[in-house]
Design a binder for this molecule. Structure first.
Ligand SMILES: *Cc1c(COP(=O)(O)O)cnc(C)c1O
Length: 349
């Protein structure tokens, strides 16, 4: 697919918008040693008295280096929620155009679509939580502008093979979003490896999981620079605050710690997976490429409450179609996991 396709996919109203120009757009080099009397800020230093860089240039340079992309291919947002919301608003005409999701999957796609008055078409994953490509192609019609793929998928934990994603990209005329919130916990390749081949591919990641910074609310989207330009045009000017930008930069400079923790969590996941097999109340453990395990139990409500009583909070995913009697278990610290196994032993009667 040619890059020109992007112009056809973006909503007209988005193309026509003249963006708000902030003081920091007029004079960009705000790290320069100047007297800044342009933005009505309080001049006394508090560590956060200045408006943040609207385009987060310093952070993006560091991130570009880590992810092996160009700065112009990055959008940052106030959590993935804002990033996903911008994607809907850029490509889907409310009340007319639609998005396709593959349940059971992350709940925010549906919520954000509905909020934007965008109809959602569902093509369920199969019993192993894999994509049935033929079903997807059968469901596609001219109204569908976006397909959301969550890989590794939440709540099931499995990764969607890159070949399947390519098949979708090759056979669909709209935008394909691959949500890789958990990709750092997988040994498989990120869809970033094919980003430059597909102008209609968007890859979302987050600082909330492997990077250990859920509290700073920082989501990323990697895409063709012309798509990123449209996002920059319509996003709230100061959507990523200066404390968040600073904290994220610090984290990127300490890749040793990230790698250490990720490797530890992967090892703990494998260990936990092995140990959980001994319990009769757990009837199935799904393979996981993420920092959690989805398990089938004999009675999800009963087991959930038993864990709660013992001081452990799990996520009951039973209400999702295809996830009957399932609990989702986040991988904790080694100590927390030992405690979790102890409780498993005590309730496995
Ligand atoms: C946790 C998670 C995110 C991250 O959301 P943030 O808003 O960045 O914290 C995104 N997608 C999926 C599938 C997730 O599970």
């Amino acid at each position: 697919m040619k890059p020109e396709i992007i112009e056809k996919l973006v909503r007209n109203s988005v193309k026509e918008i003249t963006p708000y120009r902030s003081a920091r757009d007029e004079f960009e080099d705000f790290e320069a040693q100047m007297i800044f009397l342009d933005a009505n800020e309080n001049p006394f230093n508090s560590g956060a008295n200045r408006y943040p860089d609207p385009l987060q240039r310093k952070l993006k340079r560091a991130l570009a280096n880590v992810k092996q992309v160009k700065s112009e291919q990055i959008l940052l947002g106030n959590g993935s929620d804002e990033v996903l919301d911008l994607i809907f608003r850029t490509f889907c005409e409310p009340g007319e155009e639609e998005a396709l999701i593959l349940p059971p999957t992350y709940g925010m796609y549906r919520v954000l679509a509905k909020l934007n008055n965008i109809n959602v078409k569902e093509v369920p994953l199969d019993e192993n939580f894999e994509i049935d490509i033929d079903l997807v192609f059968k469901a596609i019609n001219s109204k569908i502008k976006i397909i959301f793929i969550c890989s590794p998928n939440n709540p099931s934990g499995n990764i969607i093979p890159i070949d399947k994603i390519k098949q979708l990209l090759d056979g669909f005329n709209g935008v394909v979003v691959v949500d890789e919130a958990y990709i750092d916990f997988s040994e498989e390749k990120s869809a970033l490896s094919i980003l430059n081949q597909y102008p209609q591919l968007l890859v979302c990641q987050t600082f909330s999981k492997a990077y250990g910074l859920a509290g700073i609310r920082l989501g990323m989207c990697f895409a063709n620079p012309s798509i990123i330009n449209y996002f920059n045009k319509i996003k709230p000017p100061y959507n990523v605050n200066s404390l968040t930008q600073r904290k994220a930069l610090e984290k990127l400079e300490d890749s040793g710690e990230i790698n250490y923790q990720v490797n530890k969590l992967i090892a703990e996941r494998k260990k936990l997976n092995q140990e959980l097999k001994q319990f009769d109340f757990i009837t199935k453990i799904y393979p996981s490429d993420a920092n959690f395990l989805l398990v089938v139990v004999d009675d999800a409500i009963k087991r959930y409450n038993q864990f709660l009583k013992a001081g452990i909070v799990l996520r009951d995913r039973s209400s999702l179609k295809g996830c009957e009697n399932t609990l989702r278990i986040t991988i904790g610290t080694p100590e927390e996991n030992v405690n979790f196994i102890k409780v498993c032993k005590s309730i496995d009667l």
